[in-house]
Design a protein around this ligand. Structure first.
Ligand code: UD1
Length: 448
Protein backbone atom coordinates (compact mmCIF):
# COMPACT_ATOMS: atom_id res chain seq x y z
CA UNK A 1 0.00 0.00 0.00
CA UNK A 2 2.65 2.50 1.05
CA UNK A 3 4.39 1.93 -2.26
CA UNK A 4 1.44 3.66 -3.99
CA UNK A 5 2.79 6.95 -2.68
CA UNK A 6 5.75 9.29 -2.84
CA UNK A 7 7.42 10.65 0.30
CA UNK A 8 9.06 14.05 0.45
CA UNK A 9 11.26 13.87 3.50
CA UNK A 10 12.28 17.55 3.28
CA UNK A 11 8.69 18.75 3.57
CA UNK A 12 8.04 16.41 6.47
CA UNK A 13 11.21 17.55 8.27
CA UNK A 14 10.12 21.18 7.91
CA UNK A 15 6.62 20.35 9.13
CA UNK A 16 8.11 18.67 12.19
CA UNK A 17 10.22 21.73 12.92
CA UNK A 18 7.19 24.02 12.63
CA UNK A 19 5.04 21.76 14.79
CA UNK A 20 7.66 21.41 17.47
CA UNK A 21 8.61 25.09 17.56
CA UNK A 22 6.00 26.54 19.95
CA UNK A 23 7.00 24.33 22.90
CA UNK A 24 10.68 25.01 22.50
CA UNK A 25 10.10 28.77 22.11
CA UNK A 26 7.81 28.92 25.13
CA UNK A 27 4.80 30.31 23.19
CA UNK A 28 1.68 29.14 25.00
CA UNK A 29 -0.93 27.14 23.11
CA UNK A 30 -4.01 25.12 24.05
CA UNK A 31 -2.74 21.96 25.68
CA UNK A 32 -3.50 19.07 28.01
CA UNK A 33 -1.71 18.52 31.30
CA UNK A 34 -1.68 14.76 31.86
CA UNK A 35 -0.74 13.51 35.31
CA UNK A 36 1.19 10.26 35.09
CA UNK A 37 1.12 7.22 37.35
CA UNK A 38 -2.61 6.97 38.13
CA UNK A 39 -4.52 3.69 37.81
CA UNK A 40 -7.76 3.41 35.81
CA UNK A 41 -10.81 1.44 36.91
CA UNK A 42 -14.44 0.91 35.93
CA UNK A 43 -16.06 1.13 32.50
CA UNK A 44 -15.37 3.52 29.63
CA UNK A 45 -17.80 4.28 26.80
CA UNK A 46 -16.86 4.16 23.14
CA UNK A 47 -18.48 6.67 20.74
CA UNK A 48 -19.67 6.07 17.18
CA UNK A 49 -16.96 5.55 14.56
CA UNK A 50 -15.68 8.83 13.13
CA UNK A 51 -14.53 7.26 9.86
CA UNK A 52 -17.89 5.59 9.34
CA UNK A 53 -19.96 8.61 10.28
CA UNK A 54 -18.06 10.86 7.84
CA UNK A 55 -18.74 8.66 4.82
CA UNK A 56 -22.31 7.84 5.90
CA UNK A 57 -23.04 11.57 6.02
CA UNK A 58 -22.04 11.91 2.35
CA UNK A 59 -24.19 8.89 1.42
CA UNK A 60 -27.20 11.03 2.41
CA UNK A 61 -26.50 13.02 -0.79
CA UNK A 62 -27.77 10.00 -2.75
CA UNK A 63 -31.45 10.49 -1.86
CA UNK A 64 -33.96 13.33 -1.61
CA UNK A 65 -35.43 11.72 1.52
CA UNK A 66 -34.18 12.23 5.07
CA UNK A 67 -31.41 9.97 6.35
CA UNK A 68 -31.22 9.82 10.14
CA UNK A 69 -27.88 8.70 11.58
CA UNK A 70 -27.66 7.72 15.24
CA UNK A 71 -24.51 7.44 17.34
CA UNK A 72 -22.64 10.20 15.48
CA UNK A 73 -19.72 11.48 17.58
CA UNK A 74 -19.41 15.19 18.31
CA UNK A 75 -16.05 15.95 16.68
CA UNK A 76 -14.48 18.78 14.69
CA UNK A 77 -14.22 16.53 11.59
CA UNK A 78 -17.97 15.83 11.75
CA UNK A 79 -18.64 19.57 12.08
CA UNK A 80 -16.36 20.15 9.05
CA UNK A 81 -18.38 17.66 7.01
CA UNK A 82 -21.65 19.24 8.19
CA UNK A 83 -20.44 22.61 6.86
CA UNK A 84 -19.45 21.09 3.49
CA UNK A 85 -22.81 19.34 3.05
CA UNK A 86 -24.72 22.46 4.11
CA UNK A 87 -22.81 24.47 1.47
CA UNK A 88 -24.12 22.02 -1.16
CA UNK A 89 -27.74 22.47 -0.05
CA UNK A 90 -28.16 19.61 2.44
CA UNK A 91 -30.18 20.43 5.56
CA UNK A 92 -28.43 18.95 8.57
CA UNK A 93 -29.91 18.87 12.09
CA UNK A 94 -28.23 17.48 15.18
CA UNK A 95 -30.18 16.27 18.22
CA UNK A 96 -27.86 14.87 20.88
CA UNK A 97 -25.91 12.22 19.00
CA UNK A 98 -28.27 11.90 16.03
CA UNK A 99 -27.88 13.71 12.73
CA UNK A 100 -30.72 14.10 10.25
CA UNK A 101 -29.61 14.94 6.72
CA UNK A 102 -32.01 15.91 3.93
CA UNK A 103 -30.60 16.48 0.45
CA UNK A 104 -33.86 17.30 -1.35
CA UNK A 105 -32.65 20.60 -2.81
CA UNK A 106 -29.00 20.34 -3.84
CA UNK A 107 -27.92 23.61 -5.42
CA UNK A 108 -24.17 23.24 -5.67
CA UNK A 109 -21.71 20.61 -6.90
CA UNK A 110 -18.47 22.28 -5.79
CA UNK A 111 -17.60 22.72 -2.11
CA UNK A 112 -15.10 25.53 -1.51
CA UNK A 113 -11.40 24.86 -1.03
CA UNK A 114 -11.55 26.56 2.40
CA UNK A 115 -14.08 23.98 3.62
CA UNK A 116 -12.44 20.98 1.96
CA UNK A 117 -8.88 21.80 2.97
CA UNK A 118 -7.90 19.77 6.00
CA UNK A 119 -10.78 17.30 5.77
CA UNK A 120 -9.70 14.53 3.46
CA UNK A 121 -13.03 12.75 3.82
CA UNK A 122 -14.62 15.67 1.91
CA UNK A 123 -13.57 13.85 -1.26
CA UNK A 124 -16.32 11.29 -0.52
CA UNK A 125 -18.85 13.81 -1.92
CA UNK A 126 -17.65 13.18 -5.48
CA UNK A 127 -19.49 9.88 -6.15
CA UNK A 128 -22.89 10.87 -4.73
CA UNK A 129 -22.80 14.36 -6.35
CA UNK A 130 -21.97 12.84 -9.71
CA UNK A 131 -24.89 10.40 -9.42
CA UNK A 132 -27.38 13.02 -8.20
CA UNK A 133 -26.39 16.10 -10.24
CA UNK A 134 -24.49 14.59 -13.18
CA UNK A 135 -21.35 16.49 -12.22
CA UNK A 136 -19.09 17.19 -9.28
CA UNK A 137 -16.09 19.42 -8.72
CA UNK A 138 -14.07 18.71 -5.61
CA UNK A 139 -10.86 20.57 -4.72
CA UNK A 140 -8.07 18.05 -4.12
CA UNK A 141 -7.77 17.40 -0.41
CA UNK A 142 -3.97 17.43 -0.71
CA UNK A 143 -1.38 15.48 1.26
CA UNK A 144 -0.99 15.44 5.02
CA UNK A 145 1.68 14.86 7.62
CA UNK A 146 1.41 11.09 7.50
CA UNK A 147 1.81 10.83 3.72
CA UNK A 148 0.97 12.07 0.23
CA UNK A 149 -2.46 10.35 0.14
CA UNK A 150 -3.31 10.54 -3.57
CA UNK A 151 -6.82 9.92 -4.97
CA UNK A 152 -5.78 8.16 -8.20
CA UNK A 153 -7.68 4.98 -7.29
CA UNK A 154 -10.89 6.93 -6.65
CA UNK A 155 -10.50 8.56 -10.08
CA UNK A 156 -9.73 5.25 -11.79
CA UNK A 157 -12.93 3.82 -10.29
CA UNK A 158 -15.12 6.71 -11.47
CA UNK A 159 -13.63 6.48 -14.97
CA UNK A 160 -14.34 2.73 -15.04
CA UNK A 161 -18.01 3.57 -14.43
CA UNK A 162 -17.98 5.84 -17.49
CA UNK A 163 -17.42 9.24 -15.88
CA UNK A 164 -15.27 11.89 -17.54
CA UNK A 165 -12.73 12.96 -14.93
CA UNK A 166 -10.21 15.82 -15.17
CA UNK A 167 -7.77 17.20 -12.65
CA UNK A 168 -6.97 20.85 -13.30
CA UNK A 169 -5.91 23.76 -11.09
CA UNK A 170 -6.19 21.58 -8.02
CA UNK A 171 -9.81 20.58 -8.66
CA UNK A 172 -11.10 17.14 -9.64
CA UNK A 173 -14.01 17.56 -12.05
CA UNK A 174 -16.22 14.57 -12.82
CA UNK A 175 -19.15 14.53 -15.23
CA UNK A 176 -21.46 12.11 -17.03
CA UNK A 177 -20.44 11.30 -20.61
CA UNK A 178 -22.60 12.93 -23.35
CA UNK A 179 -26.31 12.83 -22.55
CA UNK A 180 -25.99 9.91 -20.12
CA UNK A 181 -28.14 10.30 -17.01
CA UNK A 182 -26.53 7.42 -15.15
CA UNK A 183 -23.08 5.87 -14.76
CA UNK A 184 -22.59 2.36 -16.17
CA UNK A 185 -21.67 -0.67 -14.07
CA UNK A 186 -18.28 -2.25 -14.80
CA UNK A 187 -15.56 -4.55 -13.42
CA UNK A 188 -12.86 -2.77 -11.43
CA UNK A 189 -9.63 -4.11 -9.93
CA UNK A 190 -8.13 -1.71 -7.39
CA UNK A 191 -4.29 -1.53 -7.32
CA UNK A 192 -4.37 -1.33 -3.52
CA UNK A 193 -7.34 -2.00 -1.21
CA UNK A 194 -7.95 1.68 -0.49
CA UNK A 195 -10.74 2.32 2.01
CA UNK A 196 -11.65 5.67 0.47
CA UNK A 197 -11.55 4.45 -3.15
CA UNK A 198 -13.74 1.44 -2.30
CA UNK A 199 -16.24 3.80 -0.62
CA UNK A 200 -16.20 6.29 -3.53
CA UNK A 201 -16.88 3.55 -6.08
CA UNK A 202 -19.60 1.98 -3.89
CA UNK A 203 -21.45 5.28 -3.68
CA UNK A 204 -21.08 5.93 -7.43
CA UNK A 205 -22.13 2.40 -8.41
CA UNK A 206 -25.34 2.08 -6.35
CA UNK A 207 -27.25 4.35 -8.75
CA UNK A 208 -25.42 3.20 -11.93
CA UNK A 209 -27.02 1.18 -14.70
CA UNK A 210 -26.18 -2.54 -14.40
CA UNK A 211 -23.71 -4.46 -12.29
CA UNK A 212 -20.38 -3.29 -10.83
CA UNK A 213 -17.79 -5.60 -9.31
CA UNK A 214 -14.95 -4.19 -7.18
CA UNK A 215 -12.03 -6.59 -6.80
CA UNK A 216 -9.23 -6.11 -4.26
CA UNK A 217 -11.75 -4.01 -2.32
CA UNK A 218 -10.98 -2.75 1.19
CA UNK A 219 -12.53 -5.02 3.86
CA UNK A 220 -12.56 -2.51 6.73
CA UNK A 221 -15.62 -2.45 9.04
CA UNK A 222 -16.32 1.13 7.88
CA UNK A 223 -16.77 -0.16 4.29
CA UNK A 224 -19.19 -2.79 5.63
CA UNK A 225 -21.03 -0.07 7.56
CA UNK A 226 -21.41 2.04 4.41
CA UNK A 227 -22.70 -0.95 2.40
CA UNK A 228 -25.19 -1.73 5.15
CA UNK A 229 -26.49 1.84 5.22
CA UNK A 230 -26.79 1.89 1.41
CA UNK A 231 -28.66 -1.43 1.44
CA UNK A 232 -31.01 -0.02 4.10
CA UNK A 233 -31.59 2.88 1.65
CA UNK A 234 -32.57 0.37 -1.07
CA UNK A 235 -29.21 -0.45 -2.71
CA UNK A 236 -28.26 -3.99 -3.76
CA UNK A 237 -24.73 -4.68 -2.53
CA UNK A 238 -23.28 -8.07 -1.63
CA UNK A 239 -19.80 -9.04 -0.48
CA UNK A 240 -18.87 -5.95 1.58
CA UNK A 241 -16.28 -7.09 4.13
CA UNK A 242 -14.67 -9.42 1.57
CA UNK A 243 -12.20 -8.67 -1.24
CA UNK A 244 -14.92 -8.75 -3.91
CA UNK A 245 -17.99 -6.54 -3.71
CA UNK A 246 -20.86 -6.73 -6.23
CA UNK A 247 -23.31 -3.89 -6.72
CA UNK A 248 -26.49 -4.17 -8.80
CA UNK A 249 -27.44 -0.59 -9.66
CA UNK A 250 -30.92 0.69 -8.73
CA UNK A 251 -32.80 3.74 -10.03
CA UNK A 252 -33.50 5.40 -6.72
CA UNK A 253 -32.61 5.25 -3.03
CA UNK A 254 -34.81 6.24 -0.10
CA UNK A 255 -34.34 7.64 3.40
CA UNK A 256 -33.83 5.55 6.54
CA UNK A 257 -32.71 5.40 10.17
CA UNK A 258 -29.29 3.93 10.75
CA UNK A 259 -26.95 3.49 13.73
CA UNK A 260 -23.20 4.05 13.23
CA UNK A 261 -20.88 1.23 14.47
CA UNK A 262 -18.71 1.81 17.55
CA UNK A 263 -15.29 3.35 16.90
CA UNK A 264 -12.77 0.49 16.86
CA UNK A 265 -9.81 2.88 16.96
CA UNK A 266 -11.14 4.74 20.00
CA UNK A 267 -11.84 1.36 21.67
CA UNK A 268 -8.29 0.22 20.89
CA UNK A 269 -6.91 3.46 22.33
CA UNK A 270 -8.78 2.83 25.61
CA UNK A 271 -7.54 -0.77 25.78
CA UNK A 272 -3.98 0.53 25.42
CA UNK A 273 -4.70 3.19 28.09
CA UNK A 274 -5.53 0.34 30.48
CA UNK A 275 -2.51 -1.71 29.43
CA UNK A 276 -0.03 1.15 29.74
CA UNK A 277 -1.27 1.99 33.26
CA UNK A 278 -1.47 -1.73 34.15
CA UNK A 279 -5.14 -1.22 35.08
CA UNK A 280 -8.25 -3.36 34.76
CA UNK A 281 -10.85 -1.63 32.55
CA UNK A 282 -14.10 -2.51 30.77
CA UNK A 283 -14.47 -0.98 27.30
CA UNK A 284 -17.91 -0.88 25.64
CA UNK A 285 -19.72 -0.88 23.27
CA UNK A 286 -17.39 -2.66 20.86
CA UNK A 287 -17.63 -5.19 18.06
CA UNK A 288 -14.79 -7.55 19.09
CA UNK A 289 -14.33 -8.90 15.51
CA UNK A 290 -13.43 -5.37 14.41
CA UNK A 291 -10.46 -5.51 16.77
CA UNK A 292 -9.20 -9.08 16.23
CA UNK A 293 -5.62 -8.18 15.24
CA UNK A 294 -5.32 -5.68 18.11
CA UNK A 295 -6.75 -8.11 20.68
CA UNK A 296 -4.29 -10.78 19.53
CA UNK A 297 -1.35 -8.40 20.01
CA UNK A 298 -2.62 -7.35 23.45
CA UNK A 299 -2.81 -11.05 24.41
CA UNK A 300 0.73 -11.52 23.07
CA UNK A 301 1.96 -8.75 25.40
CA UNK A 302 0.50 -10.74 28.30
CA UNK A 303 -2.82 -8.94 28.85
CA UNK A 304 -5.82 -11.02 29.92
CA UNK A 305 -8.99 -10.25 27.96
CA UNK A 306 -12.61 -11.11 28.75
CA UNK A 307 -14.43 -10.75 25.47
CA UNK A 308 -18.23 -10.51 25.38
CA UNK A 309 -20.62 -9.61 22.54
CA UNK A 310 -20.38 -5.88 23.11
CA UNK A 311 -17.63 -5.36 25.66
CA UNK A 312 -14.02 -6.22 26.40
CA UNK A 313 -12.50 -6.22 29.88
CA UNK A 314 -8.73 -6.00 29.92
CA UNK A 315 -6.54 -7.03 32.88
CA UNK A 316 -2.88 -6.34 32.16
CA UNK A 317 -0.10 -7.73 34.29
CA UNK A 318 3.46 -7.29 33.10
CA UNK A 319 3.73 -6.20 29.46
CA UNK A 320 6.08 -8.08 27.12
CA UNK A 321 7.53 -6.91 23.82
CA UNK A 322 5.73 -7.85 20.58
CA UNK A 323 6.34 -7.12 16.90
CA UNK A 324 3.73 -5.28 14.87
CA UNK A 325 3.27 -4.67 11.15
CA UNK A 326 0.40 -2.45 10.04
CA UNK A 327 -1.76 -3.82 7.22
CA UNK A 328 -5.16 -3.19 5.67
CA UNK A 329 -8.03 -4.88 7.59
CA UNK A 330 -8.08 -7.57 8.95
CA UNK A 331 -4.42 -6.77 9.68
CA UNK A 332 -3.21 -4.51 12.49
CA UNK A 333 -4.65 -1.00 11.85
CA UNK A 334 -2.25 1.81 11.02
CA UNK A 335 -4.42 4.14 13.13
CA UNK A 336 -3.40 2.23 16.28
CA UNK A 337 0.30 2.02 15.43
CA UNK A 338 1.29 5.15 17.37
CA UNK A 339 -0.87 4.36 20.46
CA UNK A 340 0.48 0.79 20.57
CA UNK A 341 4.05 2.03 20.20
CA UNK A 342 3.56 4.12 23.35
CA UNK A 343 2.66 0.88 25.17
CA UNK A 344 5.66 -1.00 23.78
CA UNK A 345 7.97 1.75 25.10
CA UNK A 346 7.08 0.41 28.57
CA UNK A 347 7.28 -3.34 27.70
CA UNK A 348 9.90 -5.86 28.82
CA UNK A 349 12.21 -6.53 25.87
CA UNK A 350 12.61 -5.27 22.32
CA UNK A 351 9.71 -4.76 19.91
CA UNK A 352 9.78 -4.07 16.18
CA UNK A 353 7.03 -1.90 14.70
CA UNK A 354 6.75 -1.65 10.91
CA UNK A 355 4.42 0.83 9.20
CA UNK A 356 3.24 -0.50 5.84
CA UNK A 357 0.21 1.68 5.03
CA UNK A 358 1.60 5.22 5.12
CA UNK A 359 5.07 6.37 4.14
CA UNK A 360 5.53 8.97 6.88
CA UNK A 361 3.82 7.78 10.04
CA UNK A 362 6.68 7.75 12.53
CA UNK A 363 6.62 11.36 13.70
CA UNK A 364 5.54 10.38 17.20
CA UNK A 365 8.89 8.63 17.68
CA UNK A 366 10.80 11.88 18.28
CA UNK A 367 8.20 12.96 20.86
CA UNK A 368 8.25 9.59 22.65
CA UNK A 369 12.06 9.87 22.77
CA UNK A 370 11.63 13.22 24.55
CA UNK A 371 9.78 11.25 27.22
CA UNK A 372 12.67 8.83 27.68
CA UNK A 373 11.64 6.10 25.24
CA UNK A 374 14.48 4.08 23.73
CA UNK A 375 13.58 3.87 20.03
CA UNK A 376 15.79 3.51 16.99
CA UNK A 377 14.22 4.19 13.65
CA UNK A 378 15.14 3.05 10.17
CA UNK A 379 12.78 4.12 7.41
CA UNK A 380 9.35 2.90 8.39
CA UNK A 381 10.58 0.47 11.04
CA UNK A 382 11.07 1.31 14.71
CA UNK A 383 13.10 -0.78 17.12
CA UNK A 384 11.79 -0.19 20.63
CA UNK A 385 13.71 -1.16 23.75
CA UNK A 386 11.26 -1.08 26.65
CA UNK A 387 12.26 1.20 29.56
CA UNK A 388 11.15 0.81 33.20
CA UNK A 389 9.71 4.35 33.37
CA UNK A 390 8.85 7.15 30.92
CA UNK A 391 9.29 10.72 32.16
CA UNK A 392 6.98 13.68 31.57
CA UNK A 393 8.06 16.28 28.99
CA UNK A 394 6.40 18.95 26.83
CA UNK A 395 5.37 17.20 23.61
CA UNK A 396 3.33 17.85 20.47
CA UNK A 397 0.90 15.48 18.77
CA UNK A 398 1.67 15.95 15.08
CA UNK A 399 -1.43 14.13 13.83
CA UNK A 400 -4.60 12.67 15.33
CA UNK A 401 -3.24 9.28 16.41
CA UNK A 402 0.18 10.65 17.34
CA UNK A 403 -1.61 13.03 19.72
CA UNK A 404 -3.49 10.08 21.28
CA UNK A 405 -0.16 8.26 21.69
CA UNK A 406 1.18 11.26 23.65
CA UNK A 407 -1.80 11.13 26.03
CA UNK A 408 -1.20 7.40 26.60
CA UNK A 409 2.53 7.89 27.18
CA UNK A 410 1.67 10.74 29.57
CA UNK A 411 -0.58 8.43 31.62
CA UNK A 412 2.41 6.13 32.24
CA UNK A 413 5.09 8.80 32.70
CA UNK A 414 6.55 10.16 35.90
CA UNK A 415 5.30 13.72 36.34
CA UNK A 416 2.89 15.88 34.35
CA UNK A 417 3.11 15.74 30.56
CA UNK A 418 2.10 18.82 28.60
CA UNK A 419 0.61 17.94 25.21
CA UNK A 420 0.01 20.36 22.35
CA UNK A 421 -1.67 19.57 19.03
CA UNK A 422 -5.21 19.45 20.42
CA UNK A 423 -6.64 20.50 17.05
CA UNK A 424 -5.59 17.04 15.84
CA UNK A 425 -6.87 15.22 18.94
CA UNK A 426 -10.28 16.92 18.76
CA UNK A 427 -10.75 15.71 15.17
CA UNK A 428 -11.16 12.12 16.32
CA UNK A 429 -11.69 11.64 20.07
CA UNK A 430 -14.99 12.78 21.56
CA UNK A 431 -14.54 14.22 25.07
CA UNK A 432 -11.32 12.24 25.55
CA UNK A 433 -10.17 13.79 28.82
CA UNK A 434 -13.69 13.67 30.31
CA UNK A 435 -14.04 9.96 29.51
CA UNK A 436 -10.58 9.13 30.87
CA UNK A 437 -11.04 11.29 33.99
CA UNK A 438 -14.26 9.37 34.73
CA UNK A 439 -12.19 6.19 35.07
CA UNK A 440 -9.44 7.65 37.23
CA UNK A 441 -7.04 9.86 35.27
CA UNK A 442 -6.29 13.51 36.02
CA UNK A 443 -6.11 15.38 32.73
CA UNK A 444 -6.69 19.13 32.54
CA UNK A 445 -7.32 21.05 29.32
CA UNK A 446 -5.78 24.52 29.36
CA UNK A 447 -6.51 27.29 26.85
CA UNK A 448 -2.87 28.48 26.88
C1 UD1 B 1 -9.01 5.71 5.77
C2 UD1 B 1 -9.21 6.29 7.15
C3 UD1 B 1 -7.86 6.48 7.86
C4 UD1 B 1 -7.06 5.19 7.86
C5 UD1 B 1 -6.97 4.61 6.43
C6 UD1 B 1 -6.29 3.26 6.38
C7 UD1 B 1 -11.21 7.63 6.76
C8 UD1 B 1 -11.82 8.99 6.76
N1 UD1 B 1 -9.89 7.58 7.02
O1 UD1 B 1 -8.26 6.68 5.02
O2 UD1 B 1 -8.11 6.88 9.20
O3 UD1 B 1 -5.75 5.45 8.31
O4 UD1 B 1 -8.28 4.48 5.87
O5 UD1 B 1 -6.93 2.36 7.22
O6 UD1 B 1 -11.89 6.65 6.62
N2 UD1 B 1 -3.82 5.31 -1.77
C9 UD1 B 1 -3.37 5.52 -3.06
N3 UD1 B 1 -4.27 5.98 -3.99
C10 UD1 B 1 -5.58 6.22 -3.71
C11 UD1 B 1 -6.04 5.99 -2.38
C12 UD1 B 1 -5.14 5.53 -1.44
O7 UD1 B 1 -2.21 5.34 -3.35
O8 UD1 B 1 -6.35 6.64 -4.60
C13 UD1 B 1 -2.88 4.85 -0.73
C14 UD1 B 1 -2.70 5.92 0.36
O9 UD1 B 1 -1.74 6.87 -0.01
C15 UD1 B 1 -2.26 5.10 1.55
C16 UD1 B 1 -3.04 3.80 1.35
O10 UD1 B 1 -3.42 3.76 -0.03
O11 UD1 B 1 -0.89 4.83 1.50
C17 UD1 B 1 -4.27 3.66 2.25
O12 UD1 B 1 -5.17 4.68 1.97
P1 UD1 B 1 -6.74 4.50 2.11
O13 UD1 B 1 -7.06 3.10 2.48
O14 UD1 B 1 -7.37 5.08 0.88
O15 UD1 B 1 -7.03 5.43 3.34
P2 UD1 B 1 -8.13 6.56 3.44
O16 UD1 B 1 -9.42 6.08 2.88
O17 UD1 B 1 -7.60 7.85 2.95
Amino acid sequence: MGSCCQYDSTICFLENMLTAAPVSQGISKPHLDVEGGLRLSGEITVSGAKNSALVLMTAALLTQEAVNLENVPDLSDIEGMRKILTSLGVRVNRTNNSLTLKADKLFHCQPSYELVNGLRASFFCIGPLLSRLGKAQIPLPGGCRIGARPVDEHIKGLKALGALVNVEHGVVSAAMRGTNQRLKGNYLLLDCPSVGATETVLMAAVLAEGKTVIDNAAQEPEVQDLAQLLNTMGARIVGAGTKTISIEGVEKLHGCNYRVIPDRIEAGTFLVAAAITRSKLKVSPVVPEHLSAVLQKLKDTGCKLEIHNESITISPESIHAVDITTQPFPGFPTDLQAPFMALLCTAKGTSVVTEKVYENRMQHVAELQRMGAAIRIQGNTALIEGVPQLSAAPVVGSDLRAAAAMVLAGLAAKGTTRIEGLNHLDRGYEALEKKLNNVGTHIIRRAN
